[in-house]
Design a binder for this molecule. Structure first.
Ligand code: ZN
Length: 268
């Protein structure tokens, strides 16, 4: 009993034979009523599969299948693998706060679940990671770089005002003193606020070299926590080093805190 020969159009004018295991073949030659086919992965230099098929055109059946398909699976399975990867990549773009590792794991699990040998069709981990990065960038383009201080306020992305769990992060963003061209962005999370409430020892330092363009410094307040770790709790991007900037930072923190703090050297 021969299996029926089925065909499909791969590209315009190019008919392929497809066997019952969904392997596909490209036509090599026709001799009389017989057509000789080579595996469609025969010309793929990396695979060079030697499997072949012969069909009888009058009966429309596959009369001979020779060789085994080495180093590759059927195209249907390749398509299935692509669908698994594409689905995970587009889901990863919608959930930018979840690490790519989780989606790479999901892809592997789904591939394993199919119980078919389709791992050959998987893109490399590196390629999948890059696909995730690209999809995320497309979904959420890099914010435009501001060229003026006014643009800093205009272009500041909404989602960066909040932490990933939707807590407040940007506590102040605006002019501290317009005459002095002093602008500030002051950030701390609920967690940072809790650290500042619970810590009696703070350290503060400004870093100038790594400040984003238009800003003179990134000023960071660290807390000595109960477990003896020193962790950053609040951040400020400031356009200069004048007193009003530090005042604004400390007053912004003070007004959010539940524990009283005494700002001795600053006017209140
Ligand atoms: Zn093959």
């Amino acid at each position: 009993m021969f299996q029926a020969a089925k065909y499909y159009n791969a590209r315009a004018g190019s008919v392929r034979l497809i066997d019952q295991n969904n392997y596909t073949y490209t036509k090599e030659k026709e001799i009389g009523a017989k057509t000789y086919w080579t595996c469609s992965k025969y010309r793929d230099k990396a695979i060079q599969c030697k499997a072949r098929a012969v069909t009888n055109n009058e009966e429309n059946v596959i009369i001979t299948l020779t060789g085994t398909h080495t180093n590759h699976g059927s195209e249907l399975m390749t398509i299935k693998t692509k669908l698994i990867v594409n689905e995970a990549v587009s889901r990863s773009a919608e959930n930018p706060n979840v690490g790519p590792r989780r989606y790479l794991g999901e892809i592997q699990n789904k591939v394993d679940e199919t119980n078919a040998n389709i791992a050959y069709a998987l893109p490399s981990l590196q390629a999948t990671k890059q696909a995730i990065v690209r999809a995320r960038k497309k979904n959420n383009p890099t914010p435009k770089t501001p060229n003026t201080l006014d643009e800093v306020l205009e272009l500041f992305p909404k989602d960066l005002k909040f932490t990933s769990d939707q807590g407040l992060f940007l506590r102040f963003g605006g002019w501290i003193s317009e005459e002095e061209q002093t602008l500030g962005l002051i950030f701390f999370s609920e967690n940072g606020l809790m650290m500042m409430n619970n810590s009696k020892t703070w350290f503060a330092d400004g870093t100038f070299k790594t400040a984003p363009s238009l800003f003179a410094q990134v000023y960071v307040i660290f807390c000595l926590c109960q477990d003896k770790r020193i962790l950053p709790a609040a951040y400020a991007c400031l356009t200069n080093k004048n007193t009003v900037s530090y005042e604004k930072l400390l007053l912004t923190i003070k007004s959010a805190m539940t524990e009283p703090i005494l700002l001795e050297s600053f006017r209140n």
